[in-house]
Design a protein around this ligand. Structure first.
Ligand code: ZN
Length: 177
């Protein structure tokens, strides 16, 4: 396995639409997924899409936040050729970060509940309904496959900046409300 180089904002691969994977069960795809998982863990991320590591394919990996706890082993899910559909119009705002926009954060509006379909590492078709943080991560990673970054979906145009500044001026004010 190897740790891959992460593209940062400004690199054209991040604004390009990624291509469908044709041979889902190939060893090439398995190797990409293993390398992406290793890269995501090394960078302390909770999600990583293939274009972020200069691979123009519709694949992402993520850690399911419902299963993250200190004692359990790290569980990584890979989704190939995903599709998402909102289940309702209900949205929610929360702060997001991105390994391609290091040190920065933005308040992003996402659908609360979505239906996710795609293929897993074994090549099996999956379909699942998810909500909350889990749903937010999927929408963030799915956007990467269409060349969309979280800064394109800010809930408020000024709600974006370096984490420590946002922490000081925005989050404190939110708590006061
Ligand atoms: Zn990202």
């Amino acid at each position: 396995m190897s740790i891959l180089k992460i593209a940062r904002i400004g690199h054209p691969i991040l604004i390009k639409k990624a291509e469908e994977v044709e041979e889902i069960q190939s060893n090439t795809i398995k190797k990409i997924i293993h390398d992406m998982s290793e890269t995501m863990l090394d960078a302390n991320g909770i999600g990583l899409a293939a274009p972020q590591v200069h691979i123009n394919k519709r694949i992402f990996v993520y850690r399911n936040p419902d299963n993250i706890d200190e004692n359990s082993k790290i569980e990584i899910t890979a989704i190939i050729n995903p599709n998402i559909e909102k289940i309702s119009d209900e949205t929610f705002d929360d702060w997001e970060g991105c390994l391609s926009i290091p040190g920065m954060t933005g308040l992003v509006r996402r659908f609360l509940k979505i239906k996710l379909t795609g293929y897993d590492l074994k090549g099996d078709f999956i379909t699942t309904e998810i909500e909350g943080l889990h749903s937010r991560i999927i929408q963030h990673e799915f956007d990467h496959l269409n060349g969309i970054l979280f800064i394109d979906r800010l809930a408020h145009k000024n709600a974006f900046g370096f984490e420590n500044e946002i922490e000081k001026f925005w989050k404190k004010n939110e708590e006061k409300k």
